[in-house]
Design a protein around this ligand. Structure first.
Ligand code: C2E
Ligand code: MG
Ligand code: MG
Length: 265
């Protein structure tokens, strides 16, 4: 297993160096009317030798080896470049791009400096970028993270708390951090159709709304999920019902199609 892991590390180094890991994009929508609001950038790696490697596998290796710093910067830059083009395709309602930033990047690098540099280089307006952080980010150095998130927020970038409800949970940070959105983890959405009442989902939605936050559900797979979530007043959704993660080219086609439909109405 050790030699297998070493092979993956070698291939990963190579892939990062050659820029072979690229973001694909999964759309996000308003649950009540299906309107497109943005896309989450999800890293995809299809290696010549290893084949397609799952992101939870290679992101965790990239974090352990420090490769996440270079990889994270590449993915952020690509996502911002791509989002700049989408804004031209859909100028009236430009989609926001959400980028996952690893706790390791927050701990080891100047995330604010990186984000402001990339926004400047790509010309993407800050309000079209959202940063996704997990609760795990708060374990390390709570004050440093809070300060960085505050700086990002002052730049005009929005902040989403990913996989909400699954991690290290202390509700006290919710009121101290400059959050804009809660992402309900897909494990809670999976339970929706199996149970008549949904105390956890409805409580997360109310909690988010009481704090003035937008709430988005992950893992929306069918219309029943949409109906149940909308009945619980959840705002937005993301999942296979709307789209899988698409290549940059497929995403541009998807946006062009939506812009065309809007212009015909
Ligand atoms: P995440 O940020 O919570 O991303 C959502 C995951 O749910 C994605 O898995 C997505 O493909 C999957 N998903 C979306 N819709 C559905 C659905 O309807 N049903 C089901 N069953 N799954 C759905 P993916 O792409 O495998 O990514 C896994 C995790 O890897 C991500 O979780 C994120 O934590 C991490 N990751 C992915 N890309 C990046 C990246 O660029 N940077 C960092 N730091 N982490 C990343
Ligand atoms: Mg995410
Ligand atoms: Mg998530």
């Amino acid at each position: 297993r050790l030699s297998e892991r070493n092979t993956v590390i070698d291939r990963l180094k190579r892939a990062v160096r050659n820029g072979e890991i690229e973001p694909h994009y999964q759309s996000q929508h308003v649950l009540s009317d299906g309107r497109l609001t943005g896309f989450e950038a999800l890293a995809r790696w299809d290696d010549e030798v290893l084949g397609a490697v799952r992101p939870d596998v290679f992101i965790s290796i990239a974090e352990q080896t420090g490769l996440i710093v270079e990889l994270g910067e590449h993915l952020l830059r690509r996502a911002c470049e791509d989002a700049t083009q989408w804004a031209e395709l859909m100028p009236k309602a430009p989609p926001v791009v959400s980028v996952n930033i690893s706790p390791v990047q927050f701990a080891r690098t100047d995330v604010t400096g990186l984000v402001s540099r990339v926004l400047h280089e790509t010309g993407l307006p800050p309000e079209l970028l959202e940063v996704e952080v997990t609760e795990g980010v708060l374990i390390a150095s709570r004050e440093k993270i809070a300060a960085t998130l505050q700086e990002l927020s002052e730049l005009g970038v929005s902040i989403a708390l990913d996989d909400f409800g699954t991690g290290y949970s202390s509700l006290s940070y919710l009121k101290d951090l400059p959050l804009n959105r809660l992402k309900i983890d897909q494990s809670f959405v999976k339970d929706l159709s199996r149970t008549a009442s949904n105390p956890i989902v409805s409580t997360i939605v109310q909690l988010g709304h009481n704090l003035g936050l937008n709430v988005i559900a992950e893992g929306v797979e069918d219309q029943t999920d949409v109906d149940l979530l909308a009945a619980l007043e959840c705002d937005d959704g993301q999942g296979y019902l709307y789209s899988r993660a698409m290549t940059k080219e497929a995403t541009s086609r998807y946006i062009t199609e939506i812009a065309l439909q809007a212009s015909q109405q």
